[in-house]
Design a protein around this ligand. Structure first.
Ligand SMILES: Cc1cc2nc3c(=O)[nH]c(=O)nc-3n(C[C@H](O)[C@H](O)[C@H](O)COP(=O)(O)O)c2cc1C
Length: 381
């Protein structure tokens, strides 16, 4: 039985073109309920047996809200609107009995939807879809790229939570081929290997496991984000993003004085290569819905690609992977003591054309603003 409700734009290619246009969104509309209305009664998570994948902890470390309003979560979301819905298919070796479940991140409860399909592998598969209305309520025609980026961030949060629980090979599907659900993460029980990794799945991006405390502490630093990151920290953040966001995306960072310009990872990954000179941050601020604080951020990590003639699977893939990679880069940034904030709303951000290359090829898809000091610390010094 198909339960997932299809929330996808009638024409993603046209939706992205509109989102990139200078047109401003109109007045807000109602966001609707904060959680999808799953059928049936909510159930608490059973205690995990020895060797089982603890689904309760997995979701606590990735998607659960830790406050009543639902704002404080391990995964970020554009406008804190949290449109991503999670449906779990549970196989053997988990703390939940096999079956299909809807997850309520506000109450941290599951709703049983039915039996698991034949051939369900051990572990849990989280299918990620969106209730578009939530993000549309604030961002209007700018919502669709944000919904896909949010889904990529949620996939990354699950990936990191699985790694923190000792699962060495969570399998992340961000190929963009499916419209709904656009993304899925399969997590085998700890100590067991997942199915053979398809060539297209996200590559293992981090050398060391994240800790549960680190995942729960992740927040987007409030702007402004002044202070240039060290070369070492910037190189680590770029390397994480480039490893995780493979394929169609190019990764670079805009840096300010004393040598303003754009840097990218050198071929050997051990150094930064400067490939454009000149101050880019004020232009980035203008392109990002006029968020002036971006002009003074210490650096801005950029995911670039998704040409104007990209088809719907390409658009999905680029945005899902950009969200996934920026989330991992955010955790790396924090490990290096940096303040960081994702930036996802981009209009007319044709970076390639601005650098004199062919127009319509290299658009800013997503970004992570970086600084060394928080605004609060600034105010007290
Ligand atoms: C896809 C995406 C796009 C975002 N875009 C912006 C942005 O353009 N400007 C901004 O200040 N914050 C942006 N954010 C950060 C959110 O506002 C932030 O995640 C949200 O308020 C929840 O706060 P938290 O990340 O501290 O949990 C974005 C986050 C995501 C995931």
């Amino acid at each position: 039985m198909e339960h997932a409700r299809a929330d996808s734009p009638p024409d993603l290619v046209a939706a992205l073109a509109r989102a990139r246009s200078p047109r401003r969104p109109g007045p807000g509309t109602p966001a609707g309920g904060a959680v999808r209305a799953w059928p049936g009664p909510p159930a608490a998570f059973p205690t995990a047996g020895p060797g089982d994948l603890d689904v309760q902890v997995l979701l606590r470390l990735s998607l659960a809200a830790s406050d009543g309003s639902g704002r404080l979560r391990p995964a970020p979301s554009a406008g804190a609107l949290h449109p991503v819905d999670t449906e779990l298919t549970v196989g053997a070796g988990c703390s939940l009995p096999p079956g299909r479940y809807g997850y309520d991140p506000l109450r941290h409860r599951v709703h049983r939807l039915g039996p698991q399909p034949d051939g369900t592998p051990p572990g849990v598969t989280a299918a990620l879809s969106v209730t578009a209305r939530r993000t549309l309520s604030h961002y209007g025609h700018r919502a669709w790229p944000l919904l896909l980026l949010d889904t990529g961030h949620a996939a990354a949060a699950l990936y990191l939570a699985a790694r923190a629980l000792g699962v060495s090979e969570p399998e992340v599907r961000l190929d963009g081929l499916a419209e709904n659900p656009p993304a899925a993460v399969h997590i085998p029980p700890p100590g067991r290997r997942g199915p053979a990794r398809p060539a297209d799945s996200a590559r293992r991006p981090e050398p060391s496991e994240p800790t549960p405390a680190e995942l729960l502490a992740r927040r987007s630093a409030p702007p402004p984000l002044p202070g240039a990151p060290s070369q070492d920290a910037l190189r680590a953040v770029l390397a994480t993003a480039a490893r995780a966001g493979t394929g169609d995306l190019r990764w670079c960072a805009a840096v300010g004085p004393p040598r303003p310009g754009l840097v990218e990872p050198a071929a050997d990954g051990a150094a930064l290569r400067r490939y454009a000179a000149g101050e880019a941050r004020p232009t980035l601020a203008a392109w990002a819905a006029g968020q002036a604080w971006i002009a003074d951020a210490g650096a801005v990590l950029l995911a670039v690609g998704c040409p104007a003639d990209a088809d719907a699977p390409h658009i999905r893939r680029a945005h899902l992977r950009a969200g996934f990679a920026v989330h991992l880069a955010h955790v790396t940034a924090r490990r290096h003591g940096l303040a960081a904030r994702p930036v996802g709303s981009w209009q007319q951000a044709d970076l390639g054309a601005a650098l004199g290359a062919a127009p319509g090829r290299d658009w800013v898809v997503h970004a992570l603003a970086l600084g060394t000091r928080h605004a609060d610390e600034e105010n007290t010094t």
